[in-house]
Design a protein around this ligand. Structure first.
Ligand SMILES: Nc1nc2c(ncn2[C@@H]2O[C@H](COP(=O)(O)OP(=O)(O)O)[C@@H](O)[C@H]2O)c(=O)[nH]1
Ligand SMILES: [Mg+2]
Length: 214
């Protein structure tokens, strides 16, 4: 007899993702699922964005395999932060996000960043009830990542290429990165930024703001 285990897990996740989406909708919260490799700059981008968002009320759910290091960094900005330690799982799922939301004061929030576990494969397949998916890639990872991890790049609504300040130090072909992204996902805007020098962060922040007001 065929046992469709994986399918059942995905279906159970999708039911919970719909519940999360419903909760977020009822509270008027836009949730962005921030994905990318470990060290690509997900936490740095969230920090820099919060610092520039002005009146928008923001909270963060931090997904990590272990530690509260990133949550500690973000709570210094005075925003609500809930840490999820997945204890080994390489991605967040909707059940984890539902539990995190239960710990938060939602009524005053406009925007929720959900920093997923650093990974370019597994998070792509799990709907966590977010409004939009964002991928942070970074220059030292190389210009071939779009071609090597096509599913992730195909599914996202926006791509941030971070650490452009390091472009001169590594062999990164920006033309290849741009054209392979256009080939795989022509609808996702690309923001080429540096969280270190703050270069071009304004256009990214404007996109985030437009998600909240749309
Ligand atoms: N040179 C450079 N370093 C960066 C930039 N953004 C982040 N970093 C550094 O990259 C490392 C990983 O950043 P972090 O935000 O923790 O990445 P995460 O694991 O994706 O959350 C840290 O040492 C950051 O200071 C950037 O734009 N340029
Ligand atoms: Mg992080």
């Amino acid at each position: 007899m065929k046992v469709p285990v994986v399918e059942r897990i995905m279906r159970a996740n999708d039911v919970l993702a719909d519940e999360v989406r419903q909760t977020l909708r009822e509270n008027g919260i836009v949730a962005l699922n921030i994905m990318g490799a470990p060290g690509s700059g997900k936490t740095s981008l969230i920090e820099q964005t919060i610092a520039r968002l002005g009146e928008t009320t923001v909270a963060v759910i931090e997904g990590d395999i272990a530690t509260t290091l990133d949550a500690d960094r973000l709570s210094k900005l005075g925003v609500q932060v809930v840490q999820i330690n997945t204890g080994g799982s390489c991605h967040l799922d909707a059940g984890m996000v539902k539990m995190a939301l239960a710990q938060m004061k939602l009524s005053t929030l406009d925007l929720l960043f959900i920093e997923n576990v650093g990974n370019l494969v597994c998070p792509a397949e799990f709907d966590i009830g977010e409004y939009k998916k964002v991928l942070v890639s970074s220059v030292p990872e190389g210009h071939d990542k779009v071609q090597k991890y096509p599913l992730m790049f195909r599914l996202v609504d926006a791509v941030v290429l971070n650490k452009t300040d390091l472009m001169q130090h590594v062999d990164f072909d920006l033309g290849v990165f741009r054209s392979s992204l256009t080939d795989i996902n022509s609808r996702a805007p690309l923001f080429e930024v540096s969280c270190k020098t703050a270069d071009n962060l304004d256009s990214w922040v404007a996109w985030v703001r437009s998600q909240v007001t749309s």
